[in-house]
Design a protein around this ligand. Structure first.
Ligand SMILES: NC(=O)c1ccc[n+]([C@@H]2O[C@H](COP(=O)([O-])OP(=O)(O)OC[C@H]3O[C@@H](n4cnc5c(N)ncnc54)[C@H](O)[C@@H]3O)[C@@H](O)[C@H]2O)c1
Length: 255
C-alpha cells in the first residue's frame, strides 16, 4: 500500500469531498486525522471505515478558522501517529453573495474558513514537517473558481484565488525543505455544498450540459487525484493546481 506508515490530516473530513479523501487515503494505507466541526457521527463512521481497512484514524473537533484549533490538529497527528506527511486543506464554505450584497460578517467568515485556514494549515504542517526532516506534501482543495469568475459568489472566488497564490508561493518557499504544495481544483461535484443545485432538476440539466464530460463528478473522483498527489508517484509535482472538472473550466457552452 503506497501510503502505508504515512500520516495525513484532512480538514472538513467528515463530509463530501473531504470524506472521500479520508476514505481513499486510508484505503491506500495512510493513518488519518479526520477534522470535523459539526457532524460527529459521520466522523466516527469514517474512523471505523478507515480502521476496517487496516489503517488507523482519529477524529478531532477543530474549527479551522482558528489557528489554535489548527495547531491542535497538527499536535494530535504527532501525538497519536508520531509524524505528519500530508496536510489536506479541504474545509470550505460559500455564501453565494455578490460584490453589492456581501456583508462584513459573510466576507470575514468565508475568507477565514477557506483561506486563512489554508494559510495557517500550510504554515503549521510545514513547521512539523521541517522539524521531522522528512518533508511532506500540502494539498489545497481550491476550485475552478481560483481562476474562473463566478458572479454572485464573490467572497468564495476571492478565497479560492488566494489559495491559488498560496499554493504557488508556498511551493517556492518550502521546496528546499522537500515539502511539496499542490492545488486540486474541483469543478461541479455532487456534495452537500451543492444541495440546492442537486435538488433542482432544471438547474442540474443546464449545469450538466455545460460540462464537456456531461455530468457532475462523484467526490471519489476528486479523492483519487488527491491520493495520487499525496504519493511518491507525484514527487516532482509542486506549485500547480490540478483541475478535476470534466473540462468545465475551459468549456464554451453555446458558442
Ligand atoms: N462540491 C463542489 O462542487 C466543489 C467544487 C469546487 C471546490 N469545492 C471545495 O471542496 C471543498 C469541500 O467541499 P464539499 O463540496 O465536500 O462540501 P461539504 O459542504 O460537503 O464539505 C465542507 C466541509 O467543510 C467543513 N467545514 C466548514 N466550516 C468549517 C470550519 N470552520 N472548520 C472545519 N471544518 C469546516 C464542513 O463541516 C464540511 O465537512 C471545499 O473547500 C469546497 O470549496 C467543492
Amino acid at each position: 500500500m503506497e501510503l502505508q506508515g504515512r500520516t495525513a490530516i484532512v480538514t472538513g473530513g467528515n463530509s463530501g469531498i473531504g470524506a472521500a479523501i479520508v476514505a481513499e487515503l486510508g484505503a491506500r494505507g495512510a493513518n488519518v486525522v479526520i477534522d470535523y466541526v459539526t457532524g460527529a457521527p459521520a466522523a466516527d463512521a469514517l474512523e471505523a471505515q478507515v480502521e476496517g481497512t487496516g489503517a488507523q484514524a482519529i477524529t478531532v473537533e477543530a474549527d479551522v478558522s482558528k489557528v489554535a484549533d489548527l495547531q491542535r490538529l497538527v499536535d494530535s497527528a504527532l501525538q497519536r501517529f508520531g509524524r505528519l506527511d500530508v496536510m489536506v486543506n479541504n474545509a470550505g464554505i460559500e455564501t453565494r453573495t455578490s460584490v453589492l450584497d456581501t456583508t462584513e460578517d459573510q466576507y470575514d467568515r468565508v475568507l477565514a474558513v477557506n483561506l486563512k485556514s489554508a494559510f495557517f494549515g500550510t504554515q503549521l504542517a510545514a513547521k512539523a514537517m521541517i522539524a521531522s526532516g522528512a518533508g511532506g506534501v500540502v494539498i489545497n482543495v481550491s476550485s475552478v473558481h481560483e481562476d474562473w469568475p463566478m458572479p454572485g459568489n464573490t467572497p468564495y472566488c476571492l478565497s479560492k484565488g488566494g489559495m491559488r497564490m498560496l499554493t504557488r508561493t508556498a511551493a517556492q518557499e518550502l521546496g528546499p525543505h522537500r515539502i511539496r504544495v499542490v492545488g486540486v481544483g474541483p469543478g461541479a461535484i455532487a456534495t452537500p455544498i451543492n444541495a440546492a443545485t442537486l435538488a433542482n432538476p432544471d438547474e442540474l440539466r443546464i449545469l450538466d450540459a455545460a460540462i464537456p464530460l456531461g455530468r457532475m463528478a462523484r467526490p471519489e473522483e476528486v479523492a483519487h487525484v488527491v491520493a495520487f498527489l499525496a504519493g511518491d508517484g507525484a514527487d516532482y509535482v509542486t506549485g500547480s493546481t490540478f483541475f478535476v472538472d470534466g473540462g468545465l473550466m475551459h468549456s464554451s457552452p453555446g458558442l
